[in-house]
Design a protein around this ligand. Structure first.
Ligand code: PLP
Ligand code: COI
Length: 371
């Protein structure tokens, strides 16, 4: 485990009106992603000169926010996404939370926000998961999605780094993010819009990147696609990533290729984990620029045999079709087990405690109940 210091302690002030057991079970039955929230949230406050104070786990409630709060005007913000998994013995585990802590710290630096330390990040997560342990689903494929985020709260319309911020974590029981009925999802390749540009905020996990993806995402829906794939802004040539997922291609020789990181792509923790698992298997993994033309030609010639998307919410989602104004290309279905299927099983077996964890990725946050 990569942790240096023990998680910070968050004072628990229990929700005095938690959902009843029946309400909870109803809410947890087939939840729509991110629409159901648990009884609590974690919260800490930062003021310039004072640092982080008031670490607490409190009842989930609307935030009193001044209408001039900087986040509402200039999107000075950062966020994360990770999941808590219930293992068969009832214990609850997080997957690589130290990596999310490091990425949030990098986002904070890019957004001129105060850094949330790894101790505070882990303390908040352990606090909320422990308080809301009954909300962690035990059904196959389901988990508790955790959304840590930091917002600039200073009431100020000056365009300058805020001197007040809040760090919060909410929790939501979730099932699948994308419906993958059939052979996979259809992806709209955006030509006019770009998600990120060199020197911009593409590799940070910050709200503005997602705000910019809403219109292309709507365009995707209008063309019968579930997600949008962005090309690079400089040359409009190379594939980068989807609105909320990274992209991986499998070649006929079993090797794997994915766009390299380098400023405009979010360094996905699922991507990194999958690449490691594939390298463990002895596969060749290339991280490099990939032209859209290379993918389209590869699909046509049979050189590329699989495309899949990956991320915390989407886990591993096969892509069945790439669509744009001037093409509509199907990814031929694979005979036998695909690499996407195999890697999904490998990853989720590890996350749900059904397989060995050779890299020490899992972190226990709630013990199995006694007896
Ligand atoms: N790319 C974008 C734009 C994302 O929002 C996400 C999701 O967090 C990912 C990729 C995948 O990252 P991760 O695997 O860390 O969830
Ligand atoms: C995640 O996978 O955690 C994300 O933040 C992506 C978003 C599309 C839900």
């Amino acid at each position: 485990m990569e942790t240096q210091a023990p998680p910070a302690s968050f004072t628990v002030i229990p929700n005095r009106h938690p959902a009843s057991e029946e309400e909870r079970w109803l809410a947890m039955e087939n939840p729509v992603f991110g629409k159901v929230f648990t009884d609590h949230m974690a919260r800490a406050t930062w003021r310039d000169g004072e640092g982080w104070v008031d670490r607490r786990i409190v009842a989930l409630a609307p935030l009193p926010l001044h209408p001039g709060a900087a986040v509402l005007h200039y999107a000075q913000q950062g966020f994360e996404g990770l999941k808590a998994y219930r293992h068969e013995d009832g214990s609850i585990w997080l997957f690589r939370p130290e990596a999310n802590a490091a990425r949030l710290a990098a986002t904070c630096r890019r957004m001129a926000l105060p850094e949330v330390s790894e101790e505070d990040f882990l303390g908040a997560l352990e606090g909320i998961v422990s308080a809301d342990r009954n909300w962690v689903p035990g059904t196959p494929g389901a988990s508790l999605y955790l959304r840590p985020f930091i917002i600039a709260t200073e009431p100020s319309l000056l365009v300058q780094p805020a001197n007040e911020a809040d760090f919060l974590v909410t929790a939501s029981p979730v099932g699948a993010y994308l419906s993958t009925a059939g052979d996979g999802v259809s992806i709209w390749v955006s030509r006019g819009f770009h998600r990120a540009n060199p020197g911009g905020t593409g590799e940070a996990k910050t709200a503005g990147n997602y705000a910019a993806s809403m219109l292309p995402q709507r365009e995707a829906k209008e063309h019968g696609c579930q997600q949008v794939l962005f090309l690079d802004a400089r040359e409009d040539t190379y594939v980068e990533e989807l609105g909320g997922m990274n992209l991986i291609a499998v070649r006929a020789d079993g090797s794997v290729v994915t766009p390299r990181l380098g400023g405009t792509i979010l360094p996905g923790i699922t991507r990194d984990s999958i690449l490691m698992l594939l390298r463990d298997e002895g596969r060749t993994v290339e991280e490099r620029d990939i032209a859209l033309a290379e993918i389209l030609e590869g699909l046509e010639s049979g050189e590329i045999v699989e495309l899949f998307a990956c991320g915390t919410a989407a886990v591993v989602t096969p892509i069945a079709r790439l669509v744009s104004d001037d093409f509509d290309v199907a990814v031929p279905p694979r005979e036998g087990e695909s690499v996407a299927d195999a890697v999904l099983t490998r990853l989720t077996d590890l996350q749900y405690g059904r397989a060995e964890d050779p890299h020490g990725w899992m972190r226990k946050v709630v013990d199995a109940p006694e007896g």
